[in-house]
Design a protein. Structure first.
Length: 379
């Protein structure tokens, strides 16, 4: 198609298939060495934490960790772990809980604070970050270096992929060592991750063209809803964050059930872009189909991101993504349309990423509000 509104987020999206392969080859052996057999055998409970895109990646793997490890999994914002998590739940046994934190920069104060507190409470802490020399890496007991090659700056697309892929491979490894499935099954899960690169590369032009056409119609909308449940909720969360960061538009992430309790009441519905995420294997498919019906009754502008074949929505609204072999892998595909949409709305409306750090937003240019926040260890 003729490309008038190419942008840095779009270029990051087109780099994702190669990055999936690069990160797989780097991360898979690193993850095998991150935790010993004895440490994995001792695990009873896992907390995954982060901020921003890292939090979205944590939400995207919660279901995978639960399914693959068969252990209690909590996904919590870093401030909850740092300031509110009950101390009595930690340190009751060796390496209990395992606290996994994700931060591409390794500089976020709240994430560092959470790990410092968990160390004091007797947890085993593991950081997925850009090396041991980052502020986060220095305080984690274990570190997986998840550095990615430098690329043109934009609201995070590559960083989210790297975080999600590392976490998913870690879940596969823990489940394998704990004997939840055979080594052959573990290999099948890993190959689903790796082979998603070629599937995505083949599908990207059609996905891009469809999102472009939707963005042309939505570029002046004042607000957006991003809707999903289960694993798809993470894609909704990620996409709402990118729309705010890239285009500055008011956006909300909401689960499928709550949309039918609350969000459909929003005024000016004909100018509220509504993006629904639904994987064909998602247990909430029936409820999403009901929601899609009412979205159309209300004449909501609609974009549906799915790998399913039997959705009763207009072809112009459907962004078809490739099907992965396992549902736990699907976020590696489903976050892509949301990133493209945010990039196009920004470019088509002339709104710079992060408001260009002008006027009211100037203080955020060096990220000091999140990198230089005071560390407080709550006892």
């Amino acid at each position: 198609m003729e490309q008038k509104f190419d942008n840095a987020m779009r270029r990051q999206v087109y780099s994702i298939p190669e990055l999936i392969t690069q990160q797989y080859d780097l991360m898979e052996p690193r993850i095998r060495e991150a935790l010993s057999f004895q440490e994995i055998f001792s695990l009873q409970h896992i907390i995954i934490t982060g901020c921003g895109d890292s939090m979205a990646a944590a939400m995207a793997v919660k279901q995978a960790f639960e399914q693959l490890t068969k252990m209690p999994i909590e996904v919590l914002p870093a401030i909850d772990v740092a300031r509110f998590y009950p101390a009595k739940r930690c340190g009751g046994a060796p390496n209990d809980p395992l606290v996994i934190t994700v931060s591409n920069s390794g500089k976020v104060s709240r994430v560092k604070e959470a790990i410092m507190r968990m160390n004091e409470l007797g947890a085993l802490t593991l950081g997925i970050t850009s090396g041991k020399t980052t502020p986060l890496g220095e305080v984690c007991q274990k570190v997986i270096d998840s550095s990615i090659p430098k690329f043109e700056s934009a609201p995070g697309v590559r960083g989210f992929l790297a975080s999600f892929e590392a976490l998913l491979l870690l879940a596969i490894r823990i489940g394998e060592v704990k004997g939840r499935y055979t080594m052959d099954q573990a290999k099948a899960y890993r190959m689903d991750v790796k082979h998603s690169a070629e599937k995505l590369a083949a599908a990207l032009p059609a996905i891009d063209e469809k999102v472009y056409s939707i963005a042309e119609q939505w570029k002046d909308f004042p607000g957006f809803d991003f809707v999903g449940a289960g694993t798809d909720y993470a894609s909704a969360w990620y996409s709402h964050a990118k729309m705010i960061e890239a285009a500055g538009r008011y956006s909300m992430h909401v689960n499928t059930e709550e949309w039918l309790h609350l969000n459909f009441f929003v005024a000016n519905s004909e100018h509220t872009g509504t993006v629904a995420f639904i994987d064909d294997a998602n247990a909430s498919m029936g409820r999403m189909k009901e929601a899609l019906h009412y979205m159309q009754v209300m004449e909501r502008p609609l974009m549906v991101v799915s790998d399913a074949d039997d959705l009763d929505v207009p072809e112009a609204s459907l962004v078809k993504i490739p099907k992965t072999e396992y549902e736990v892998t699907s976020p590696i595909m489903s976050f892509i349309p949301g990133a493209l949409l945010a990039g196009y709305v920004s470019s088509m409306s002339g709104e710079p990423y992060s408001r260009g750090f002008r006027t009211h937003w100037q203080f955020a240019e060096d990220a000091s509000a999140i990198h230089k926040s005071n560390i407080e260890i709550v006892k």
